[in-house]
Design a protein around this ligand. Structure first.
Ligand code: PEP
Ligand code: MN
Length: 347
């Protein structure tokens, strides 16, 4: 941390700053530059973050040189995190494919969809039991009954499951029924929910808030990690923009940004990013080429009858074709990544 003092900083003002630094257990070195004094602070500078030095008289600027997300950052851990969900793995090498309906609707549709997802060779089954909907009049999911159906179909197919949790009070029931908890875009900043999923110790798929910066997203991940739960996967699902041609704008540029800043695995959701089934395969392939660790794709046995996000659901056959393409592409991407990893970058 660098603390830049004003040119007219009085000895008493400077002493107050120095005392705060020392009280936090940090050390400091004075530097003279451009007629000003800078205090270069080292040690556990996070203890100083709570001190409002920026507004103290005699202080012109405070520059922090480390990121505030301590556990999510690559300075904390350089090797990629691998999250295990049932028998599946996300991060650190394999390309993981998650498929399934937006919402769990009924036993028969879920069973048929899950069988299609399994036959396509996907690694995990998705399906929402609690649906956060923009309109209160839309279908909001089957709740506990949806969780029960997911568990049943998981046992029948052997596919581990991921499902969204929208309320801290539902975490326990979700943990008992599914293998991974999804925190949706609308809840990325629901800090009580993040703490609760953190406490559960269950794997978490943390979607990016629709207008969240990378810094905000990684701090949301930090909430989960800070509870002692290291099993966090980030999911880019498109951000809000001005153009209604697609539902959101898929930010693939965020993949190398995240790689540079965090060790957490990255999954891409081309379904919510585009909102249209015919646009999904191109962006799923692009995500793979850009170095994502996996994709999560909405699939429905009969999209025309789907009760939510019908326009973006792939039919099982189209999903199977996409999985085949992704497996081929992932081999090329893996060797490209191995090459890049040989020339180490710094966080
Ligand atoms: C979903 O996965 O069905 C969902 C609601 O996603 P998001 O939170 O990204 O909108
Ligand atoms: Mn959906």
């Amino acid at each position: 941390m660098l603390i830049v003092l004003t040119s007219d900083c009085s000895p008493a003002q400077r002493q107050r700053v120095v005392a705060a630094i020392e009280e936090a257990g940090c050390t400091w070195t004075p530097l003279e530059a451009g007629g000003r004094t800078l205090l270069a602070v080292s040690g556990d500078v996070d203890r100083l973050r709570e001190v409002p030095l920026r507004v103290w008289p005699g202080v012109r600027r405070v520059v922090t040189l480390t990121e505030p997300y301590l556990l999510a950052g690559r300075e904390h851990q350089r090797e990629p995190t691998v999250v295990r969900v049932g028998g599946a793995r996300i991060g650190g090498g394999p390309f993981t494919i998650i498929g399934g309906p937006c919402a769990v609707e009924d036993a028969e549709t879920l069973r048929r969809t899950a069988e299609g997802v399994k036959a396509a060779g996907a690694d995990l089954l998705r399906g929402g039991a609690y649906k956060p909907r923009t309109s209160p009049y839309s279908f909001r999911g089957l709740g506990v009954e949806g969780l029960r159906l997911l568990r049943e179909v998981s046992l029948a197919t052997g596919l581990p499951t991921v499902s969204e949790v929208t309320d801290p009070r539902h975490v326990e029931a979700c943990v008992g029924s599914v293998d991974m908890l999804q925190v949706g875009t609308r809840n990325m900043s629901n800090f009580d929910l993040l703490v609760e999923v953190g406490r559960s110790g269950h794997p978490v798929l943390l979607k990016r808030g629709m207008s969240a910066t990378v810094g905000e997203w990684l701090l949301a991940a930090e909430y989960v990690l800070a509870q002692g739960n290291p099993h966090v996967v980030l999911c880019e699902r498109g951000i809000r923009s001005f153009d209604p041609s697609t539902r959101n704008v898929l930010d693939l540029g965020v993949i190398p940004v995240l790689r540079a800043r965090t060790h957490l695995p990255i999954v891409v959701d081309p379904s919510h990013a585009t909102g249209r089934a015919d646009y999904v395969p191109a962006l799923a392939r692009a995500a793979c080429a850009a170095g994502a660790d996996g994709v999560i794709v909405e699939v429905h046995a009969r999209p025309a009858a789907a009760r939510s996000d019908a326009e973006q659901a792939l039919e099982p056959d189209a999903f199977a074709e996409l999985c085949e393409d992704l497996r081929l592409l992932a081999q090329v991407t893996a060797s490209a990544r191995t090459h890049a990893e040989r020339s180490p970058g710094s966080p």
